[in-house]
Ligand binder design. Structure first.
Ligand code: AMP
Length: 213
């Protein structure tokens, strides 16, 4: 069963996706991670993507859709995908159903992590992301875990777009472009809302309950 983890930037989608990957043997399809990988390749497409991301703007649907399609087409991930960061607008939501349909797949669960703008700002301002394994930690709350990080703490870096100006832009874009997708999904029978401000473990327990049913 494929899952959509939905929520504003900083809601904890990446963190929870990693728990689901470990516990239920899923594949995390983070469009943000795929785009950052493209940036690292230093291609001309990569440098266009970088400009958009660092200004808090969406990358073009066409670019993101191509990356998404490649993962959905991969039989290794069949029916075990967590969509993290996609869809972000109504066209993408429509495109997701089309591509899944093409490969005889569906969306099994839509899980919405609901978090306020204030909490998002605090989380994103302290966020450190591992360049190697993509794990995220918070420099204000996770001192011990940072020291013990298995890849080495030198790989934990601040994302360029994790600064206050860009966070506010990303949140505003979420409200204007992504919130309509939420309103569309909220009416579906397979939609569950979870308080994303709760403790990480509490959230992952609730997600487990949803996935086991
Ligand atoms: P994320 O890692 O999900 O926070 O995404 C980081 C940035 O990548 C976003 O602010 C966008 O610029 C870009 N991005 C990620 N996913 C998408 C998407 N589905 N559509 C357009 N842009 C995206």
């Amino acid at each position: 069963m494929n899952i959509i983890l939905f929520g504003p930037p900083g809601a904890g989608k990446g963190t929870q996706a990693q728990f689901i990957v470990k516990k239920h043997n899923y594949f995390q399809l983070s469009t943000g991670n795929l785009l950052r990988q493209e940036v690292k390749l230093k291609t001309s497409l990569g440098s266009e993507i970088e400009k958009l991301i660092s200004n808090g703007k969406f990358v073009l649907d066409k670019t993101v859709n191509t990356l998404l399609r490649q993962s959905i087409a991969n039989l290794k991930f069949r029916d075990r995908i967590i969509f993290d960061g996609y869809p972000r607008n109504l066209d993408q939501a429509e495109n997701l159903e089309l591509i899944l349909g093409e490969f005889n797949q569906t969306i099994g669960r839509i899980i919405f992590l609901n978090v306020s703008k204030d909490i998002i700002k605090k989380r994103i301002m302290g966020r450190l992301t591992c360049d190697k394994c993509h794990m995220t930690l918070n420099e204000f709350f996770d001192e011990d875990q940072i020291e013990l990080h298995p890849c080495g703490k030198q790989f934990l870096k601040k994302r360029k777009d994790d600064n206050l100006d860009v966070v506010i832009k990303r949140y505003d874009t979420y409200m204007s472009a992504t919130k309509p997708v939420l309103d569309f999904y909220a009416k579906k029978a397979n939609f569950t809302e979870i308080d994303g401000a709760a403790e990480i473990e509490q959230i992952s327990n609730k997600i487990n309950d949803v996935l086991i049913v």
